[in-house]
Design a protein around this ligand. Structure first.
Ligand SMILES: Cc1cc2nc3c(=O)[nH]c(=O)nc-3n(C[C@H](O)[C@H](O)[C@H](O)COP(=O)(O)OP(=O)(O)OC[C@H]3O[C@@H](n4cnc5c(N)ncnc54)[C@H](O)[C@@H]3O)c2cc1C
Ligand SMILES: NC(=O)c1ccc[n+]([C@@H]2O[C@H](COP(=O)([O-])OP(=O)(O)OC[C@H]3O[C@@H](n4cnc5c(N)ncnc54)[C@H](OP(=O)(O)O)[C@@H]3O)[C@@H](O)[C@H]2O)c1
Length: 378
C-alpha cells in the first residue's frame, strides 16, 4: 500500500467540475468545484479544509523573466538533488509577489543609485513604509523599478519566498460523496498600481488547473467539528464563501439522519446573482434538515444589511436555541464580519439573557471554552 497522503506527500487530484455560483450581473466570481480524490485513501470530516499547491500563471512567470533579463532556460539544482529550469522553479516553487526584504537589500547592494529610497524602506524604523510600498507589488514590478540590478538565476531564486499552499473549507460530506471534495472559491482579481493582478490559487483553480493533476492534502480542523451530540441545535453564520463548511455539515446531518435542528445565516451582495446553493438550501428546508434560513443581501437596498442584523432581528429565538444547548458556528471573513458577529452575539446575551455587559463577556468566553462557540475564519 502507498504511503498515506499528507502535506509532505500530497495527492495528485483532478478537477471534476467547475460551475459558477454567482450569476450574470454579479460583481463577484465565486465558483463551486468538485475535485476527484478517487483511490487516494484520503479521509475528511465536515469542518476540515483542503490544502492546494497551485502553480503561478505563465504570463506572470514570463513577465518576471522579461523584467530580470533571464531566459528561463537556465538549469538549476532545485530543490536540492534535482536539476530543473528556472522557468519551472518560477512556475511551481516560489511566489512572484511579496518581494522579500532580502531581495530589496540585494538590489540596494547592486544598485547604489537607488540608495535613498530603498535605504529608507530598509530602515527598521520605517517598517510600515516598507510594508505599504511592498503591498500588492510583484517581484517583476520591483526589478523594473531598479533596472540597474542584475541577478544570476540561482541568486534570484535564493531571494524569492517559497510558494505556499492555500486552504479551502471543504463544502461536502464524505458520507454523501466518498470520492469527491467540493469547494466554494471566491476568485481574486483586481487592479493595482496600473496592472491587472490575480490571486495565485483561486485563479489557478478557475483558469489553469483544467484537466491537469495538482497536489492536495487534508488540513484537519478538530476545533470545527459538528457537535458530538447529534441532537444539539446548530446555529451557523456563514456569509460569502463562509457557507462552504455549513453545506458539508448539512450534507452530513442528512446522510446520518441526525435529529438536531439547524439554522443558517447566509449573506452576500445580491439575492438575484449571489444566493449560493439556493436550490439545495430550499430542499433542506423542505425536508427538515434545515429548520431556518435567514439571508442578508447587503446590496439589495440603499443601506447595508448583514448577517449580524438578521441575528439581532431574531435575537429572542436565537437566545432560545442557545439556551437549549445550541452550538454557535462562524465561518468566513475574519477581519470584519467575525468581529461584528461576535459583538452581536454578546449583545443578544445582554438584551435577551438579561446579563450585564461584563457577564455577557464571560458568558461568551465560557461558550468558547465549552466548545459550543466554534469559528473558522480567515
Ligand atoms: C482555513 C481557511 C479556509 C479558507 N476557506 C476558503 C474558502 O472556502 N473559499 C475561499 O474562496 N477562500 C478560502 N480561504 C482563503 C484562501 O485560502 C486564499 O487565501 C484565497 O483563495 C486567496 O488566495 P489566492 O492564492 O487566490 O490569492 P493570493 O495570491 O494569495 O492573493 C491574495 C492577496 O491579494 C491581495 N488582494 C486581494 N484582493 C485585493 C484587492 N481588491 N486590492 C488589493 N489587494 C488585494 C491581498 O493582499 C490578498 O492577501 C480560506 C483560508 C483559510 C485560512
Ligand atoms: N486572504 C485572502 O487572500 C482572501 C481572499 C479571498 C477572500 N478572503 C477573505 O474571505 C472573505 C470572504 O470573501 P467572500 O468573497 O466569500 O465574501 P465577503 O467579502 O465576506 O462578502 C460576503 C458578504 O458579507 C458582507 N459583509 C461585508 N462586511 C461585513 C461585516 N462587517 N459583517 C458582516 N457581513 C459583512 C458583504 O457585504 P458588502 O460587500 O456589500 O459590504 C457580503 O454581502 C473576504 O472578505 C476576505 O476577508 C481572503
Amino acid at each position: 500500500m502507498s504511503a498515506p497522503y499528507n502535506r509532505k506527500n500530497p495527492f495528485p487530484a483532478r478537477l471534476l467540475e467547475v460551475c459558477p455560483l454567482t450569476r450574470s450581473g454579479s460583481g463577484k466570481e465565486t465558483l463551486h468545484l468538485a475535485i476527484s480524490i478517487k483511490n487516494s485513501g484520503l479521509v475528511y470530516e465536515p469542518g476540515d479544509s483542503l490544502g492546494i499547491f497551485p502553480t503561478n500563471a505563465s504570463d506572470d512567470v514570463e513577465d518576471l523573466l522579461a523584467a530580470s533579463g533571464l531566459s528561463g532556460e537556465e538549469m538549476l539544482n532545485f530543490p536540492e538533488g534535482e536539476t530543473t529550469s528556472l522557468r519551472n522553479i518560477l512556475m511551481r516553487h516560489v511566489t512572484l509577489r511579496e518581494p522579500s526584504k532580502q531581495l530589496l537589500s540585494a538590489i540596494l547592494a547592486k544598485c547604489p543609485d537607488a540608495g535613498d529610497e530603498l535605504a529608507e524602506f530598509l530602515d527598521p524604523e520605517a517598517k510600515m513604509v516598507l510594508a505599504d510600498w511592498i503591498d500588492g507589488r510583484e517581484v517583476a514590478d520591483i526589478l523594473r523599478a531598479y533596472p540597474g540590478a542584475h541577478f544570476e538565476a540561482g541568486e534570484l531564486v535564493g531571494l524569492l519566498r517559497k510558494l505556499q499552499p492555500r486552504l479551502y473549507s471543504i463544502a461536502s460530506s464524505q458520507r454523501a460523496f466518498p470520492e469527491e471534495i467540493h469547494l466554494t472559491v471566491a476568485v481574486v482579481r483586481y487592479d493595482l498600481h496600473g496592472k491587472k493582478r490575480r490571486g495565485v490559487c483561486s485563479t489557478f483553480l478557475a483558469d489553469r488547473a483544467g484537466t491537469e493533476t495538482f497536489p492536495v492534502f487534508i488540513h484537519t480542523a478538530k476545533h470545527f467539528r459538528l457537535p458530538e451530540d447529534s441532537g444539539a441545535p446548530l446555529i451557523m453564520v456563514g456569509p460569502g464563501t463562509g457557507v462552504a463548511p455549513f453545506r458539508a455539515f448539512l450534507q452530513e446531518r442528512e446522510a446520518r439522519k441526525e435529529p438536531g435542528k439547524a439554522w443558517l445565516f447566509f449573506g452576500e451582495r445580491n439575492r438575484a446573482s449571489d444566493f449560493f446553493y439556493e436550490e439545495e438550501m430550499k430542499r433542506w428546508l423542505d425536508n427538515g434538515v434545515l429548520h431556518r434560513l435567514d439571508t442578508a443581501f447587503s446590496r439589495d437596498q440603499d443601506h447595508k444589511i448583514y448577517v449580524q442584523d438578521r441575528m439581532m432581528e431574531n435575537a429572542r429565538e436565537l437566545w432560545k436555541w442557545l439556551d437549549e444547548g445550541g452550538y454557535f458556528y462562524v465561518c468566513g471573513d475574519a477581519e470584519r464580519m467575525a468581529k461584528d458577529v461576535d459583538a452581536a452575539l454578546r449583545r443578544i446575551a445582554v438584551e435577551e439573557g438579561g446579563m450585564s455587559v461584563e457577564d455577557a463577556e464571560s458568558w461568551a468566553d465560557d461558550l468558547k471554552k465549552s466548545k459550543r462557540y466554534r469559528r473558522d475564519v480567515y
